[in-house]
Design a protein. Structure first.
Length: 324
């Protein structure tokens, strides 16, 4: 059996780019811009998996395509890619839900993504392709075709091949629909915000006062998927103020007592949605009534979109406050 050295070298180089160069460059730039951080153990594991993947890819192209050895190696490569995906999606981490990823941009954005559906779709695809290569290897080895009969006869290997193509097309369609829907999803926070203030009938006494600040926003969902079970909370923090003793710096002064809850269906526009933030202490109310400054809103919400769980916290800094 002739060994294909040229193909082994070429695909070894391509595998090195896929398994090592691209992931390590991605890690470098994600950490460089403060988007995500990775532990040394995780990087070392990726390198080990990558080296094994390169070796398997080289072996995959060592034998001609019409041999059982080629199909067995392809089966091994497919099984390995499934294990690799399982690791990438956190399948070997105790206490970690499969498909859970987090993104962190300090002082700006924190996102937790539940990609369990995507993880299982990709893993299912590798299992189907692996079964196809295993059946083909057995057929080539024994020089015999295995068939099943459902009204008409079908080759077992062809069934797995067709299933693999269908699943791959379904995954591509799913990804495409997410991209399309995401491009047609818009959230608009209003530049101005209102407030409600009640002095309790005693203008010079702040101990019986109450105050709330209202943030308004619009949601335009022109995508294919509804935004299900939105649960939204908000906080107000001071940054700097004209009087640190009356309205202290870098302090949480308010929060939403009742979370905003809603579902935004596909191809709908929801205008002037409002979340109410209550001021926590009458001392802070006095500060807001008498002092100017800059505030920071911290908005957190969880939702399910296109079967993906999203838990996001975003900071909106440098919001100017002018007292009444």
């Amino acid at each position: 059996m002739e060994i294909q050295y040229g193909k082994m070298i070429l695909h070894g180089i391509l595998a090195a780019i896929s398994y090592l160069v691209v992931p390590l460059l991605l890690f470098y730039f994600l950490e460089l811009y403060g988007i995500m951080t990775f532990t040394d153990a995780y990087r070392i594991a990726i390198i080990i998996f990558g080296v094994i993947g390169i070796i398997i890819s080289i072996l995959r192209h060592a034998f001609p395509g019409d041999t059982s050895a080629n199909r067995l190696v392809r089966f091994g490569v497919t099984v390995y890619s499934g294990i690799f995906l399982f690791y990438i999606f956190g399948g070997f981490d105790p206490g970690t839900t499969l498909g859970t990823y987090s993104i962190n941009i300090p002082n700006l954005l924190q996102v937790l993504l539940g990609l369990k559906v995507i993880a299982w779709l990709l893993l299912g695809s590798t299992i189907i392709r692996g079964l196809q290569y295993l059946v083909e290897a057995i057929e080539l080895r024994k020089k015999k075709e295995y068939r099943v009969k459902v009204k008409r006869e079908f080759k077992v290997s062809v069934i797995f091949k067709v299933l693999g193509i269908i699943v791959s097309l379904a995954i591509l369609g799913y990804f495409g629909s997410i991209i399309y829907s995401g491009l047609n999803l818009k959230l608009n926070l209003h530049d101005t915000f209102g407030y409600d203030y009640d002095n309790g009938g005693t203008p010079l006494n702040f101990t019986d006062d109450s105050m709330s600040i209202n943030i308004s926003f619009d949601v335009r969902n022109g995508g294919l998927y509804a935004i299900h079970n939105v649960i939204l909370n908000a906080e107000i923090h001071t940054e700097t103020t004209d009087n640190n003793s009356t309205l202290p710096w870098n302090t949480q002064i308010g929060g939403s007592l009742v979370p905003y809850q809603n579902t935004f269906h596909s191809f709908t526009v929801s205008l002037n949605q409002t979340i109410t933030i209550n001021i926590l202490d009458t001392d802070y109310i006095e500060g807001l009534i008498t002092t100017n400054g800059f505030l920071k809103f911290i908005i957190s919400f969880s939702t399910v979109y296109a079967l993906i769980f999203i838990d996001l916290t975003i900071s909106l800094p440098n919001i100017q406050w002018n007292h009444p």
